[in-house]
Design a protein around this ligand. Structure first.
Ligand SMILES: [Fe+2]
Length: 177
């Protein structure tokens, strides 16, 4: 059997993303919700990963990844994070601080549910675990239901945009991203 995955929606999951010491330091730095965040080791790791994604897709061009924003998220017990996408970016990610309520993702292909086969359920979830990083296409709808833990749910979100010239060289669709 030959399998052609023409339209996959790939979500990249990394366990133990940073050395434990750095994870511990980041954990202490998150004190407020919705604050811009930067931490050199995390920034560097994310940029490395963004480069790896290009290699994964066998991209041969000159685009270079940039972290356009990175910020803190704190949700109190029973507080949700409603469904959303991250506009104006290529990939987005979540870095989890503690064991916490899952992030839910919605299959963008409504037609996929024409027949319910069990395995094609439109909602998938990924549990938050300490030092885990999840990277997904920025257009993919996602949300967090009510924080089901007695403690604050702390994560760091970030956006990645690939900068440079995109499109067929010399064509009308070649643009600067
Ligand atoms: Fe998000």
């Amino acid at each position: 059997m030959k399998i052609l995955s023409f339209w996959p929606t790939e979500i990249f999951v990394f366990e133990n993303y940073l050395p434990g010491k750095q994870h511990g330091k980041i954990k202490k730095l998150i004190t407020k919700d919705a604050e811009y965040f930067t931490y050199a080791a995390l920034d560097a790791k994310i940029l490395d990963t963004a480069q790896l994604l290009l290699e994964h897709y066998d991209y041969k061009g000159s685009l270079k990844p940039e972290i356009t924003e990175m910020w803190t998220n704190i949700r109190k017990t029973n507080q949700p994070h409603p469904p959303h996408v991250h506009a104006n970016n290529d990939y987005s990610g979540i870095y989890y601080i503690d064991e916490c309520t899952s992030t839910f993702f919605l299959d963008p292909r409504q037609q996929n549910l024409t027949t319910d086969l069990g395995f094609n359920q439109p909602v998938r979830k990924i549990r938050g675990e300490p030092n885990k990083c999840v990277i997904f296409p920025s257009w993919l709808m996602h949300w967090v239901p009510n924080n089901d833990q007695p403690t604050d749910r702390k994560t760091i979100s970030f956006n990645i945009k690939y900068r440079g010239k995109i499109g067929k060289p010399g064509s009308f669709t070649e643009v600067q991203a």
